[in-house]
Structure formats: structure tokens, C-alpha cells
Design a protein around this ligand. Structure first.
Ligand code: NAG
Ligand code: NAG
Ligand code: NAG
Ligand code: NAG
Ligand code: NAG
Length: 573
């Protein structure tokens, strides 16, 4: 236990150090001879309070779990390079989800059943037994097979070493399963018959499928006659996730919980579009199938956790605080050549608590409470007005590393413009066409993030309110098209409607986490989320500003705005 205490003390020390701001302003130019490469390699694109390995490539979060007082996060990791390849399971531990200590890779290619790669998977806490990880191995014949890994030494509080027993693989791509489309086992759950169940992502004849297996001993697994769920033509389902949420309240539940007033979430990561989607429904324990609430079998109507860059997410049940938490991979939006210059690629989204909205129609997500412990001095405004064309700078906050919460109050909905129903099909297109520079009635209003003083560079996160035939619709946009002067980076505009009753609520909240190259926005208390990766040149020059703006003809009130500097925690240093 001694080393554990030492780590805790190190955290204390680091907080004192980090809060004076010295650590955050390192700027390392690895290529001083060229202006362009030096800006790319600048540490200013590296995040301060988002999870990253010390260097190299990271993608999917794997096997997140809480066990004996410790949070574990494993992740898809290339130990040799900043591009994808040679995939092992990186491993870090934490006591607070904010500060992380790196460990040696937990699972790496070692035997014929995973010699060509250790791909994604999940952890299952087996009560009265040790935790187990199910993961995809790429075997000697380059087939995707499912394996188990178990801790070598349960007395080690950090579970540093894992063994992959010789009885692997547990599941093989036979009986109509494509060996190249069969991966990412989820967390297993216990049925009322005492047997384990787990589903694995697959594509069978073009249809996305969660193939179901059962086992009494976690070693011998038998494929069920029916999949947990399948959907026509949605392509390969990666990283499926299946978990209960209570119909009321924000508590999380153990994955095996299946009482009457519980809904089930089935999430799948669509490989074709690189986006995470979910359905709400019930779990039929007799037939062992998922029964969606929505009867239209069309992936285009499935909901999304996040309408920006957010993929391969995975949740776990935090038994200590009785909540369900999600992790997700945020890929880069710049080139592989830049990743090699920077020496790293891939970050994790801030961990989010996830629960069912009181309307029962969708999930709500909010950054874990612990993140607020990083908040330092900042700007606090009350009762400000934003008139037409209004732009004011939010001063007194470190604009590259902040947490901003703002409420926009709409004194009247009269000037809301009419909504063309065809726009409902493509909100990102609407965000591109009616962007922050296009004057409207009720909006656009919102924030200009990571902006240069002349606004040549900025990321606009904003709302517009429209009048539809049956009520008002609130659009949230995150427009990266002017986020960077660098031509080679991907600069999309993202958008989605927020499921809320603006007539009744009268105001819209926005929380945005700004951390160098990432902007995570939560609208309407976390009902709609959009995450973006951005690489503005202002991060390197240091001329960084944060503004609130209104380009609608209706005046908008800001009853409350709070913006905090965020301290830099100890993440895998
Ligand atoms: C994978 O590892 C091998 C052997 O160490 C190395 O030659 C190769 O460049 C690596 N590939 C990547 C993409 O990291
Ligand atoms: C297991 O871990 C404990 C605690 O770290 C340690 O004291 C013990 O030596 C370990 N046992 C083995 C076999 O490594
Ligand atoms: C998907 O499943 C349906 C039956 O539900 C089947 O008719 C179809 O051929 C499958 N493949 C595609 C690409 O839709
Ligand atoms: C991740 O980003 C890189 C760089 O922008 C891109 O080349 C790659 O296709 C992306 N990968 C996925 C799986 O989205
Ligand atoms: C607001 O609209 C005006 C006129 O269209 C435009 O010049 C200005 O750039 C807009 N503001 C923002 C933040 O886009």
C-alpha cells in the first residue's frame, strides 16, 4: 500500500504546482527551423485535462472499471508510433477520474490467439471472483476471435499484470460469421438463470448485429440462436454496449440489473460513419433479445450521444458513487503527418455521467462532478444583455483551458423564423447555411471560442430558435469552418436540434469545456452534446480570446455566465 500513498501525495503536490499555472505554459518547439512545423509540434495542441497517454497513438477506451477503490482505464495503444498499428492495451489507474498514473500495457500480443493485435473489449466485475476482461484478438490467421484476460495477482491493488489463459479463444468466427467483422465484446451480464451473457459486434450479410453468447463458467460460451439485436443494412457494429438505466432519477445501475422500472440502452458504433448511435428499449429476458421502443428499423433515426467527433464509447457502472460513466475516443482532425510531428494522436472525451432524461425519450450526459475540482479563478457575469450584433469579450479567463457555463434567456419568441421541415433531416447543413455570420431573428447567439482578436480564427458554438408547425425548435451548431487558418485540417460544421420545450423553459443553457485542441459542448443541461477537435494558430501565438455574441434581431439576456480557468491535473506524466 506504500506506493499507493506515495501516488496520492504526489497528486497533492501536483495540484499546488499546477494551480500556479507554471506547468501549463510549456512550449516546446521541436522543429525551430521552420515556422510551420514548429507550430504543429507545439505542445499547445496537447490537452491539459483530457486523458492522453504520454505519447503515441490511442484510440478506443477499453475495459473501464471501478474495482477495490481504483478506477481503471485501458485503451487501444500503439507503443511505438503516433499512427495506428501494433495494438496493445494501454493501462492507467486513478482514484478520482481526473488524475491518472500510467502502468505498463496490460495485454499485448503474445500467443497465437492474439499475436497480430489485442483489440477492443470490456471488463466484467464478477462478484465473488476476479474481474475479467473480454477482448478481441487478431490470431495467427488474422481472424478476429474473442479472448479472456484475468489479473495475475488479485493482491496487487492496481491489477498491473494480466494473463491470457491457454484455453483462449473463447469465441471464433464460425457458422456464418465473417472473420474480419466480428469484434469488441461488451461487459457481460448475469441472467435470472445464473448464466452469463455477452454480445459481440458483427456484420452479417450487410446487417449490423450484436451476436449473443451464454456461459455458466465464463470459459465455455455457446452462441444463442438469435442475436441480441440486428438491424438492416447499418453496416458493421463496433463496440456495442448494453446497459440498464432507471426510468426515473440519475442513478446508475449494475449491468446485470433488470427490474421492471428499468430501461435498456443498446449503443453501437457504426464503422461506416464513425459515429456512435443508441436506441432505448427493454430487455426481454425470456427470449434474450433487445426490444427497441422505436419500431422504425432505420439507423438514421437512432439517437446519438454526441453529434460531433465522438466514437467507440464505452460505459461502466461506478459502484462507489452509483452512477454510470462513459468514455469515448476523440480522433484527431489533422493529418497523419502532423500526428508524427506532434508525436501523439487521439484523446479521450471528459468522462460523462449518463442517465435517462425525465421525458424518457433520450439520454442526458454531464461531465463527472470531479472535473469541477479543477476550476480556478475566472469570470462571473450577471444580467448582461446581448443586443443585435452584440459581441463582448469574456475576460479574466485562460481562453485555451477553461470551463464555461452560460444561460441564454429569451425574452420573447416572436422573432423565431419559420422552420422548413426538410431541414430536420440535415441539421449540419442548416448550420453551414445559416451560420454565425447570417443574421437571424432569434439567434444565432452563443460563444466564439479560441478566437483571434480579429475573429479570423474562431469556433462558433451557437443556437437558433425556429418556429415549427407544432412548436419551437432549438438548433445547436458547432461550426469549425473558421477554427484554423491551416488548410490541411478537417473543419466540419456539426449540428443537432435540442429536445426541449423552449416556450416553457424560457432559457437555454450551454456548458463548454475548452482544452487546447478540443471543444466539448453540452446544451440544455446535457440533452444535446457536440464535440470538436480544432487546431487554431492562435494557440501557438497566444492571442486567444473568448466571446459571447448575438447576431439575431431579438435581444438575448444572459442572466448568468461563469467561466473558470482549468488547472492541469496529473495525467500519465
Ligand atoms: C509495428 O512494430 C514493428 C516491430 O516493432 C515495427 O517495425 C513497425 O513499424 C510498427 N508499426 C507501427 C505502425 O507502429
Ligand atoms: C501480489 O501483490 C502483492 C501486493 O502488491 C505483493 O506483495 C505480492 O508479492 C504479489 N505476489 C506475486 C506472486 O507477485
Ligand atoms: C439483412 O437482413 C435482412 C432480413 O432482415 C435480409 O433480407 C437482408 O438480405 C440482409 N442484408 C442486407 C444487406 O440488408
Ligand atoms: C482519424 O483521424 C485521422 C487523421 O485526421 C484520419 O486519417 C483517420 O481516418 C481517422 N480515423 C478514424 C477511424 O476516424
Ligand atoms: C454577425 O453578422 C454580421 C453581418 O452578417 C457579420 O458581419 C458578422 O461577422 C457576424 N458575426 C459573427 C460572430 O459571425
Amino acid at each position: 500500500m506504500a506506493s499507493f500513498l506515495w501516488i496520492l501525495c504526489f497528486f497533492c503536490y501536483f495540484f499546488v504546482f499546477a494551480s500556479n499555472g507554471a506547468a501549463a505554459y510549456r512550449r516546446v518547439f521541436r522543429f525551430p527551423e521552420s515556422q510551420e512545423t514548429s507550430s504543429i509540434a507545439s505542445n499547445q495542441y496537447r490537452t491539459a485535462y483530457h486523458f492522453q497517454p504520454p505519447k503515441n497513438w490511442m484510440n478506443d477506451p477499453n475495459g473501464p472499471m471501478y474495482y477495490n477503490g481504483i478506477y481503471h482505464l485501458f485503451y487501444q495503444y500503439n507503443p511505438n508510433s503516433a499512427v495506428w498499428g501494433n495494438i496493445t492495451w494501454g493501462h492507467s489507474i486513478s482514484t478520482d477520474l481526473i488524475n491518472w498514473t500510467p502502468q505498463d500495457p496490460a495485454i499485448h500480443p503474445s500467443k497465437s490467439f492474439d499475436i497480430n493485435g489485442c483489440w477492443s473489449g470490456s471488463a466484467t466485475i464478477r462478484r465473488g471472483s476476479e474481474p475479467a476482461i473480454l477482448y478481441t484478438g487478431i490470431d495467427a490467421e488474422n481472424r478476429q476471435v474473442q479472448n479472456v484476460a484475468i489479473p495475475k495477482n488479485l493482491s496487487d491493488p492496481f491489477l498491473r499484470e494480466w494473463s491470457t489463459p491457454d484455453y483462449n479463444p473463447l469465441m471464433e468466427p464460425v457458422d456464418g460469421l465473417d472473420p474480419s467483422q466480428f469484434r469488441d465484446p461488451m461487459t457481460a451480464w448475469h441472467g435470472s438463470d445464473g448464466h452469463w451473457r455477452v454480445a459481440v459486434g458483427a456484420q452479417i450479410a450487410g446487417n449490423g448485429t450484436a451476436v449473443l453468447y451464454k456461459s455458466s463458467d465464463f470459459v465455455h460460451w455457446v452462441r444463442a440462436a438469435s442475436p441480441l439485436h440486428t438491424s438492416k443494412g447499418s453496416g458493421m457494429w463496433e463496440c456495442p454496449d448494453f446497459y440498464p438505466v432507471p426510468s426515473k432519477g440519475r442513478q446508475g445501475l449494475d449491468t446485470s440489473e433488470n427490474s421492471k422500472d428499468v430501461k435498456r440502452v443498446l449503443k453501437m458504433s457504426l464503422s461506416e460513419t464513425q459515429s456512435d448511435h443508441y436506441m432505448l428499449g427493454k430487455y426481454d429476458i425470456e427470449k434474450d433479445i433487445f426490444v427497441p421502443d422505436e419500431t422504425v428499423d432505420d439507423y438514421r433515426v437512432w439517437l446519438r450521444y454526441d453529434y460531433g467527433k465522438f466514437y467507440a464509447s464505452k460505459t461502466f457502472f461506478d459502484e462507489e458513487k452509483k452512477r454510470r460513466i462513459s468514455w469515448a475516443w476523440l480522433n484527431e482532425s489533422d493529418t497523419e503527418a502532423d500526428a508524427l510531428l506532434k508525436g501523439w494522436a487521439g484523446i479521450q472525451a471528459a468522462p460523462r455521467t449518463i442517465w435517462l432524461d425525465s421525458n424518457g425519450r433520450q439520454l442526458v450526459q454531464w461531465p463527472v462532478k470531479e472535473l469541477e475540482s479543477l476550476r480556478r479563478n475566472g469570470a462571473h457575469l450577471q444580467n448582461t444583455e446581448l443586443k443585435t450584433g452584440g459581441l463582448f469579450e469574456i475576460k479574466g479567463v485562460k481562453a485555451s483551458q477553461a470551463d464555461v457555463e452560460v444561460d441564454f434567456e429569451l425574452p420573447s419568441l416572436e422573432r423565431a423564423e419559420p422552420l422548413d421541415p426538410s431541414w430536420l433531416m440535415d441539421p449540419p447543413k442548416l448550420c453551414r447555411e445559416e451560420d454565425a455570420s447570417v443574421q437571424g431573428g432569434l439567434g444565432p447567439f452563443g460563444l466564439l471560442i479560441l478566437a483571434s482578436h480579429n475573429l479570423e480564427e474562431h469556433t462558433a458554438v451557437f443556437f437558433r430558435v425556429y418556429k415549427a408547425h407544432n412548436g419551437y425548435m432549438v438548433l445547436l451548431c458547432s461550426d469549425q469552418r473558421r477554427s484554423s487558418l491551416r488548410p490541411e485540417v478537417d473543419k466540419p460544421a456539426y449540428g443537432s436540434f435540442v429536445d426541449m420545450n423552449i416556450e416553457k423553459e424560457g432559457r437555454i443553457s450551454l456548458r463548454t469545456l475548452i482544452d487546447h485542441s478540443v471543444v466539448e459542448s453540452f446544451a440544455g443541461g446535457g440533452r444535446t452534446c457536440i464535440t470538436a477537435r480544432v487546431y487554431p494558430e492562435v494557440l501557438v501565438t497566444g492571442d486567444i480570446h473568448l466571446y459571447a455574441f448575438n447576431n439575431g434581431t431579438e435581444t438575448i439576456k444572459i442572466p448568468k455566465l461563469q467561466a473558470w480557468d482549468m488547472a492541469k491535473p496529473w495525467i500519465n506524466v
